[in-house]
Design a protein around this ligand. Structure first.
Ligand code: BGC
Length: 360
């Protein structure tokens, strides 16, 4: 009997040790789960749904309790959702900001409660309450788009003049500074020397902005430009900073008769490799997109959460670029990838990002 009790005790001890180790590696605390808030800007764009779901899945697998919210592109909703996460006792909040400059107050109160903030994809401005930033190399996104137009039009060889327009994102998204900047660092010289002619004259980030990255806004602006400046002229290329803008521009072009053998679509860029846009690439309506593997971004952010919860430093690879008006936010930048008709299968299907059926 004594022997049996002894064995039983050893078994109980071993089981409880294994139990403890698992919880510790997972969240760095005892059995109580650590809550992590995840605040995404909107459900209206494919990418943020994926980002949100990936984050939730990875964090839950690591043993966290996850509060995931989407804010319908309304800053007030995002603020009240973050306030709720604070009330619910989140220890870390991951935020993809709608308006990067509108969260100072709510994040100050998070900081007072000892909550740490990770900026997801978009930098959060004017606050010291943000600990880390994880994103893709946003400057490179723009550069890839600019170089694509440069190559396809043969601008380096002196070809031109070509008619060219720009459609970028909203002024309150700090990423746009980099998307637009990276592309214009390649293309501005060709505007200056006349190889690219912008008939609308709308070349600044302000003039070429698309509020909320909204497809209809992009379409309406391009409708106006085409009516006012291209009744007798053909447009050769449009720099579109992302896929929703690109879809809006495509609709405007199609209404103006583009997309036939007589009047082919101009060179059109994009970003995100959304399903509708990959289909447009396959159909020949859009020329390329920039693929940002949201699975890798979510993994990186989950590692940052672990580091914070365990009181460690997270791995970063950029400590210079992302000054938010108050501090340089330590950042981890992932590499964006060029995608077009020639490599989408390898990049998007073989990697398991999409199934072949989703792109049919
Ligand atoms: C993201 C892009 C996205 C855009 C619109 C940007 O901040 O970096 O990937 O297309 O927002 O949601």
């Amino acid at each position: 009997m004594k022997r049996f009790i002894g064995i039983a005790l050893v078994v109980v001890m071993v089981i409880s040790m294994v139990g403890c180790t698992t919880t510790e590696t997972d969240t760095g605390t005892d059995s109580k789960k650590v809550t992590v808030g995840v605040s995404m800007p909107t459900k209206s764009l494919q990418r943020w749904n994926q980002d949100g779901e990936n984050m939730k899945k990875i964090l839950e697998e690591k043993g966290y309790e996850v509060e995931l919210e989407f804010a319908e592109n309304k800053t007030e909703s995002q603020i009240s959702q973050i306030e709720n996460m604070i009330t619910k006792g989140a220890e870390v909040i991951v935020v993809a900001a709608i308006d990067g400059s509108a969260l100072t107050n709510v994040l100050d109160s998070a900081k007072k409660d000892g909550i740490e903030i990770i900026a997801y994809d978009r930098l959060i401005m004017n606050t010291d309450a943000v600990s880390y930033y994880a994103t893709f190399d946003n400057y490179n996104v723009g550069k890839i788009q600019g170089e694509y137009i440069e190559e396809k039009l043969g601008l380096k060889d002196g070809n031109g003049p070509f008619n060219f327009e720009i459609a970028t994102g909203p002024l309150d998204d700090n990423n746009v500074v980099f998307f637009y900047g990276g592309a214009m660092d390649v293309l501005q010289k060709y505007i200056d020397n006349g190889q690219l002619v912008v008939r609308s004259g709308q070349t600044t980030r302000e003039q070429a902005a698309t509020p909320n990255w909204d497809e209809q806004e992009a379409q309406a602006r391009m409708d106006n430009i085409l009516t006012a400046h291209y009744t007798d002229e053909r447009i050769d290329a449009v720099l579109c900073s992302n896929d929703s803008v690109s879809l809006g521009v495509q609709s405007a072009l199609k209404s103006a008769g583009y997309g036939t053998s007589d009047k082919p679509m101009p060179i059109l860029t994009g970003q995100d490799a959304n399903i509708a846009n990959v289909k447009a690439i396959i159909a020949g309506d859009q020329s390329m997109s920039v693929f940002k593997d949201t699975r890798a971004l979510a993994e990186k952010v989950a590692e940052m959460v672990d580091a914070i919860v365990n009181g460690e430093e997270a791995e970063v690879n950029d400590t210079e670029t992302y000054f938010n008006g108050v501090k340089v936010v330590p950042a981890y930048l992932l590499e964006p990838k060029f995608v077009d008709k020639t490599n989408y299968k390898e990049l998007l299907i073989d990697s398991g990002y999409y199934t072949e059926d989703q792109l049919r």
